[in-house]
Design a protein. Structure first.
Ligand code: SF4
Length: 130
């Protein structure tokens, strides 16, 4: 799905008026609840699937995807491939990884998403040294 100019403008506007922080912890607060619903509906239109509303990693992926789509800078700026690979290696050896190798049984997150963003931590502290 390609975004129209109106959709792009509205998305940029939502980001410009939102409170946003990814450094120490993930905070994303839009000016109105409708603004956030708008972003989610656009994302749903692209991927045809809903996000887990309580999952910070899912939200961050959605926001990052939309930012790139409208020409805003990516949020993935400090978790290069080295970090991702090391984290995934740890998860693969962890007994809390589900049998499909996709989700952590502690936090429920998709590890291939969560491991890409430096702000997210392993719930058992196993990523501490990477
Ligand atoms: S995030 Fe932590 S607890 Fe979860 S599977 Fe990975 S290493 Fe294990």
């Amino acid at each position: 799905m390609e975004l129209t100019d109106n959709q792009k403008e509205r998305i940029i506007d939502v980001f410009q008026n939102a409170k946003f922080q990814t450094k120490d912890r993930f905070i994303f607060q839009t000016e109105t609840p409708e603004d956030k619903k708008y972003l989610e509906s656009i994302y749903l239109g692209v991927f045809k699937k809903k996000l887990n509303p309580g999952c910070g990693a899912c939200s961050l992926v959605m926001l990052n995807f939309l930012r790139i789509k409208v020409g805003l800078p990516s949020l993935v700026n400090d978790s290069g491939k080295g970090l991702y690979k090391k984290r995934i290696y740890i998860c693969k050896g962890c007994d809390r990884l589900n049998s499909l190798g996709t989700n952590c049984k502690e936090c429920g997150c998709l590890i291939h998403i969560k491991a890409r963003f430096k702000i997210f931590k392993c719930p058992l502290g196993k990523w501490k040294n990477v």
